[in-house]
Ligand binder design. Sequence first.
Ligand SMILES: O=c1ccn([C@H]2C[C@H](O)[C@@H](COP(=O)(O)OP(=O)(O)OP(=O)(O)O)O2)c(=O)[nH]1
Ligand SMILES: [Mg+2]
Length: 144
Amino acid sequence: MNVRIINQSSNPLPAYATGGSSGMDLRADLSEPVTLQSLERIAIPTGIFIELPHGYEAQVRPRSGMALKQGITCLNTPGTIDADYRGEIKVILINLSSEEQMIQHGDRIAQMVIQKIIAADWIETTTINETARGSGGFGHTGKS
Ligand SMILES: O=c1ccn([C@H]2C[C@H](O)[C@@H](COP(=O)(O)OP(=O)(O)OP(=O)(O)O)O2)c(=O)[nH]1
Ligand SMILES: [Mg+2]
């Protein structure tokens, strides 16, 4: 699927690292490095603007390497990029480690997955069908 993109950063376009990759890594577009204190959160610009076709979304997800090595993750994971959003894609990071962490220009800070969206049309009613689970949830299964 072709997707129009503007890249205002000096970074390369997001790209699939391998033929089977689900996501394309997003890189930080920074004029100077950013230091994240423990538990600090920040929106990091990417310099990327996209024009998704109607019926699609982009999800901004954390990278497992960053999570494991630096304790940094996306706070609002998965971040939702709406098909009609025309602003800059930003990545909301939080430092969950106990030490400060540095983000530099060009660092791969998240990955973006494009997905199809199914829009629901509500049929408002007063009853919905019964199931074996019913209203059980939140650890309900396996209890006697
Ligand atoms: O990680 C993210 C999440 C969102 N966005 C942009 C694209 C998205 O289309 C828009 C709105 O995101 P969302 O719906 O999650 O935020 P909201 O708090 O509901 O804001 P709004 O009222 O603008 O929808 O912000 C990002 O750039 N990065
Ligand atoms: Mg919203």
